[in-house]
Design a protein around this ligand. Sequence first.
Ligand SMILES: *[C@@H]1O[C@H](CO)[C@@H](O)[C@H](O)[C@H]1NC(C)=O
Length: 428
Amino acid sequence: MSVGVTLISRTHVRGIIVILLLGTLFNGSIYLQRSLQWPCFSLIPPDIFIYFFTVAFNGSQLKMRTAVRCLFILLILAVSSAVHACPPSERAALLAFRAALQEPYLGIFNSWTGDDCCNRWYGISCDSVTHRVADINLRGESEDPIFERAHRTGFMTGHISPAICKLTRLSGVVIADWKGITGEIPRCITSLPFLRILDLIGNRLSGDLPADIGRLRRLTVLNVADNLISGSIPASLASLPNLMHLDLRNNKISGPLPQNFGNMRMLSRALLSRNQISGPLPGSISKIYRLADLDLSMNQLTGPIPDWIGRMAVLATLNLDGNKLSGDIPASVLVSSISDLNLSRNYLTGNVPDVFGPRSYFTVLDLSYNNLKGAIPKSVSQASYIGHMDLSHNHLCGPIPSGAPFDHLEAASFVFNDCLCGKPLKAC
Ligand SMILES: *[C@@H]1O[C@H](CO)[C@@H](O)[C@H](O)[C@H]1NC(C)=O
């Protein structure tokens, strides 16, 4: 305690106060003088020189030492504050990224001028502490005034330059809905250790998904929907432990789903429709406890619809329509948490299981275009709700039951069966 008191002399206290005061002045002036290039001297406000020369002429050695110390600290501050602008290497990487793209209609890159890429460059945000580029957010469809003024949505050609991978602190990359960006997803993207969001929807990107995409340990969103991505789903994709949202819809992806697909334990939406994915549904999917939305429609899936799929805890939407699935409809899917079920246009056979009950709640139940036979089960009227139901284009036979939900369905829901009859079709 006493040591502390003797160490903090009055001179020190004065020195500290001066440093604090000047530091405040100085910080304010940094922003005013940012445009000046020489960091050490241009950033130091005149106040410091005034203080410096005042004490120098007053001749006190102690004060002089305090002043020199003060100046030294402020110089360090000045240098580190100059570093606070976007690092020149990151600015260069962004300019290389921009050079590979052509955006003729909106001028979104017009703001990419000046030294500080963290300062009002359209679509660029930086970490407020490190001043490293953290997000690239370029959407071709947005509410931004830049689009309103142009009265159009965005269009860009060119490719995504690998220079983007030099921005090693990137956490979000959104280059979405530009319609004309071609080329591959840069392979090096998997070397960005902090990447959480990769959203490249709505371009014309081709080539495979990077084989080592599993390296992106922090990735939560992967969206490459509406592109021309081909090849198969890399096995390493399944080792993304934090992925919550996977959207590969409307590409040219082929081959089977990886066996270990279910290793993505955080996955809640898996949207893979309109590709050429083949093979069976891997059993590991049953382990994705948070999966709420599974869309595999319009692919080439074969094999049966597994029984476990109806026992998934929170699965609400299951779209398997437009595949080559065969076998019976498992009873479990008709008494499950699934409320939006489309199994249309497959090779499903057997009867519609007579298991509907209070747990059956469907906004959509589409079983059309299969090879289902037998009668419409009477238990359908036990369901708590069925909004849209389509049983058309099967081999069903017998009377259409009466009561809910049949009283609000139209003939289109029942046409093209073998011998269904009764309202809304013609009487039996
Ligand atoms: C179910 O899928 C089929 C085939 O893909 C599609 O035509 C139909 O509109 C879907 N049903 C509903 C209710 O969305």
